[in-house]
Design a protein around this ligand. Structure first.
Ligand code: GTP
Ligand code: MG
Length: 137
């Protein structure tokens, strides 16, 4: 697949890292196909992270993801899903490789600056969750 879906999470926006993260994404060869600044409702956050609803951190995750604005975007590049997961680094910034977005900008395993889809199928589902066809350039 050549597309993935990302969100710059509330901590990244709040900490003033939006521009630097977008610069890393573009510098790594991704093209932005759609992008918006928005704020998730509780209902949207619960649905987006439904796969984690039995996990102990689900409530905290929903609260965090609705705590402020996010930037949602669709990104295009060969091998987009895997290459973007490499660019963002491990979920926990303490385990993220040097030069990754989470190593540079994440606060913690929970407040970890950025989301990246984990499969082509989920990239499609997540893109459609946030964007309609006429919002994709
Ligand atoms: P995403 O790209 O956001 O999906 O991250 P991921 O694929 O690296 O991690 P995963 O899908 O397992 O978890 C989704 C999100 O839940 C993470 O990005 C974190 O924001 C949050 N999360 C995961 N594990 C923990 C945890 O142990 N504690 C807390 N507070 N949050 C967690
Ligand atoms: Mg995930």
């Amino acid at each position: 697949g050549n597309r993935t879906f990302t969100m710059l999470k509330p901590d990244a926006i709040e900490n003033g890292h939006m521009g630097k993260i977008l610069d890393m994404i573009i510098g790594a060869g991704f093209t932005i196909k759609a992008m918006k600044l928005t704020r998730l409702t509780e209902e949207q956050a619960k649905k987006f992270y439904e796969v984690h609803k039995e996990r102990p951190f689900y409530g905290e995750l929903v609260e965090y993801m609705t705590s402020g604005p996010i930037v949602a975007a669709i990104l295009e590049k060969d091998n987009a899903v895997a290459d973007f997961r490499t660019l963002i680094g491990a979920t926990d910034p303490a385990e993220a490789a040097e030069g990754t977005i989470r190593k540079n900008y994440a606060e913690s395993k929970g407040r970890n600056a950025v989301h990246g889809s984990d499969s082509d199928e989920n990239a499609e589902i997540e893109s459609n969750f946030h964007f309609s066809a006429n919002e994709i350039v």
